[in-house]
Design a protein around this ligand. Structure first.
Ligand code: ZN
Length: 91
């Protein structure tokens, strides 16, 4: 049977089962290798204020949030784009 994608739509290891993650939008349980991860930086202060504080030598706490998206949601929010048929085959 011909394969649509070389990797079968997975990233990472080709063996065994993946642990699953929850989609941030729809709440679907998706294998980790098939989901898309996005990290966001949270700013506690406004950019200009933060810059001034940094120049004054203050330590500003930084935090990151992690978001996982299933493929249909990632496409809907334009996180990934649909690729042409021959482009899909590469990986
Ligand atoms: Zn989703």
């Amino acid at each position: 049977m011909p394969k649509k994608r070389k990797s079968g739509g997975h990233t990472g290891s080709s063996k065994g089962r993946d642990s699953s993650v929850t989609c941030s939008n729809c709440g679907a349980l998706v294998p980790r290798g098939k989901a898309k991860r996005y990290t966001k930086r949270i700013n506690f202060a406004e950019y200009r204020v933060e810059k001034e504080l940094r120049e004054a030598g203050a330590l500003i706490p930084r935090a990151q949030t992690e978001e996982w998206y299933c493929i249909p949601c990632a496409i809907h929010f334009h996180k990934i784009n649909i690729r042409a048929k021959d482009e899909r085959k590469r990986y």
